[in-house]
Every structure is written in structure tokens, then in C-alpha cells.
Design a protein around this ligand. Structure first.
Ligand SMILES: Nc1nc2c(c(=O)[nH]1)N[C@H]1C(S)=C(S)[C@@H](COP(=O)(O)O)O[C@H]1N2
Ligand SMILES: [Mo]
Length: 239
């Protein structure tokens, strides 16, 4: 495994799934659910009021999270992204359309609110602000809602946050295409905020009049997920 290659957590590591689930007291649940261990950990870890998820073994790499049992699979050839809501020019664009737009690269740490962090991850893609400009967002739109083609996960940003130059509709990460596990072919990357803002398997962008709280936000996490400034669980440097 190369240095840049993400580790699937926890498979293939010396500390295996039984130990990890055991640490969380969830061995039986893991068996009963029968789903991917990563999604079990994601559910527990993100909802973990005890902080026990901080005891998960560090791998120095990403942990793959999905709140649904199975990763959705869409090839670049079949990929569509819609931009609609309070816009004058609705978009329904392909992977090739995105690739033909100006690309921006950002190298930035990626940090989950549960504590794991990957330093200096290379990302690239289209600025969200470019897409919103292309769609001619109405002045009445004060926020943006994102939907995943996993059918469940959602996220949101204020319009001001969405227009930042460090928010990407990313088609590349870690020096290659965004893998299916990481939310490919296209995911969001919200550099200054915790990982839960970086919605995977991006399918829809909707300009809305107000912030519509996303999947984790209706479950208690801050919509303003600035790393180091929200949730009171992190001492990382402020971006
Ligand atoms: N569709 C979708 N996007 C998602 C999630 C998810 O469960 N489903 N988890 C979020 C969380 S909490 C984090 S930390 C990152 C993890 O990204 P990774 O799976 O590429 O490591 O994805 C975010 N985006
Ligand atoms: Mo996360």
C-alpha cells in the first residue's frame, strides 16, 4: 500500500473489526446489522456522546463513511449533476461538462468531527461558486442544499459560505479520480469545515431561501461546521 493510498478502516490493519467493535461494545450489533463495518462505525462515531470513537485505532488515513449500507455506484459516463431551485438557469450537466470547466486545486487537511484527520490532501475540481454563477442564482437565495445520489445524505451551506474560493465540487482527490468509496465520481469538498460538510456522491445542488439542515445537522451537529470553532470537540488550529 503506497503512502498516499487511503486505508480502509479497519480491514487489513493489525487491529481488526472484532477489536474495534469490541472497544465500542458493539460486537453483537456488528453481526446483527451485517452491513459494512465502516457504516456501523460511522453511525456510532458521529453520534457518539461518550467520545469513545476517539479510541478507534489511528491509521493515518481516511475512514470511509456512508450512512447507507451500500455505496451507490455511478460511472463518470452516467453521472449527472443538477443545479436548480432559486436559479434563473437550471443546470443538468455531465461529468465531461464539469471536466471542461476551469479546475481549481486545493491542498488541505481533512478532518472528521470525531477526531481523525488526514493532513495535506490534494483535491481538485470546479469551484462551487462557478457553478452557482453559471446557474444565475437569484438574490433571494440565501443558502444552498446538497443531495447525494445515495438517496439519504444531505448537506447545506449559507450562500456566503458556498461562494468561498475553498469550496469545491471535486472530481479528484489524493492525486486521482475520487474513488467510489470516497464519494466518486463527484463529491463536495468544503475545506474549512469538518468532513461531514463534504457530501459524497453529489447529485443535486439547490439554491434555497434559507439553510435546510443536513443529515447530521438534524441529529445535533452544527450547520456552521468550522474546524476548531464548532461542536466544542476539537482543538485543531482554526482555518
Ligand atoms: N453521502 C455521504 N457523504 C458523506 C458521509 C456519508 O455518510 N454519506 N459522511 C461524511 C463524513 S461524517 C465524513 S468525515 C466524510 C468522510 O469522507 P470519506 O468517507 O471519504 O473518508 O464524508 C462525509 N460525507
Ligand atoms: Mo465525519
Amino acid at each position: 500500500m503506497g503512502m498516499d493510498e487511503p486505508n480502509r478502516e479497519p480491514a487489513g490493519k493489525p487491529v481488526g473489526r472484532r477489536v474495534v467493535l469490541g472497544m465500542l461494545g458493539l460486537g453483537a450489533l456488528g453481526v446483527a446489522v451485517g452491513g459494512p463495518v465502516s457504516s456501523v462505525i460511522a453511525k456510532i462515531g458521529e453520534n457518539d456522546p461518550t467520545g469513545l470513537s476517539g479510541l478507534l485505532p489511528a491509521t493515518g488515513g481516511f475512514r470511509y463513511y456512508s450512512v447507507v449500507g451500500k455505496d451507490p455506484e455511478v460511472s463518470p459516463a452516467d453521472y449527472r449533476l443538477t443545479v436548480n431551485g432559486l436559479v434563473a438557469n437550471k443546470l443538468d450537466i455531465s461529468f465531461a461538462d464539469l471536466a471542461a470547466m476551469p479546475q481549481t486545486g486545493i491542498t488541505h487537511d481533512f478532518q472528521c468531527v470525531t477526531g481523525w484527520r488526514v493532513n495535506d490532501v490534494a483535491w481538485s475540481g470546479v469551484l462551487l461558486s462557478d457553478l452557482l454563477r453559471l446557474a444565475q442564482v437569484s438574490p433571494t437565495a440565501r443558502a444552498v442544499r446538497f443531495t447525494s445520489f445515495d438517496g439519504v445524505y444531505t448537506e447545506s451551506l449559507t450562500m456566503e459560505q458556498a461562494m468561498r474560493p475553498d469550496v469545491l465540487v471535486a472530481s479528484s482527490m489524493l492525486g486521482g479520480p475520487v474513488s467510489n468509496d470516497h464519494g466518486g465520481p463527484v463529491r463536495l469538498f468544503v475545506a474549512p469545515m469538518y468532513g461531514y460538510k463534504s457530501l459524497k456522491w453529489l447529485g443535486g445542488i439547490e439554491a434555497t431561501s434559507t439553510v435546510q439542515p443536513g443529515y447530521w445537522e438534524v441529529r445535533g451537529y452544527d450547520a456552521d461546521a468550522w474546524v476548531g470553532k464548532s461542536n466544542g470537540r476539537d482543538d485543531a488550529p482554526t482555518v
